[in-house]
Design a protein around this ligand. Structure first.
Ligand SMILES: [Fe+2]
Length: 125
């Protein structure tokens, strides 16, 4: 079972924060509360956003979507995060680059993909 991670987002400046340790207080940015990002695991748009996984030779190959996601400046996958019981690994993705990443494989984990327009998506294994 992967550890639970939480991302927060500022609707004013678009900053994104990953909560490493929850101290029980709310987070604020631009003089207002940050919004906790909802995680989608299915539904409309999943064919463009859900991380697809391949396990091969000790590596975990992640490709976002069964259909290619746009990677334009204003709409693209910005990062992929692989979370296990003890580790959190992030691969940042630039616009006009493939929405994919490679990590050292593990037995279980959660893989998140963040789209600049459609939010956070997750595939677990
Ligand atoms: Fe998208």
């Amino acid at each position: 079972m992967a550890r639970n991670i939480t991302f927060f987002w500022c609707p004013v400046c678009n900053s994104i924060v990953e909560l490493v340790e929850n101290g029980g207080q709310s987070l604020a940015c631009c003089n207002q509360s940050m919004e906790r990002m909802k995680v989608k695991e299915k539904g409309e748009g999943s064919e463009y956003h859900l991380p697809e996984l391949k396990h091969r030779d000790g590596l975990l190959y992640v490709k976002v979507g069964s259909k290619p996601h746009p990677q334009s400046d204003d709409h693209h996958i910005k990062f992929i995060v692989f979370v296990t019981k003890q580790t959190v690994r992030r691969s940042d993705i630039k616009s006009n680059s493939m929405a994919s990443a490679v990590f050292t494989d593990k037995e279980h984990g959660d893989v998140y993909a963040y789209c600049s327009l459609h939010g956070l998506w997750k595939t677990s294994f």
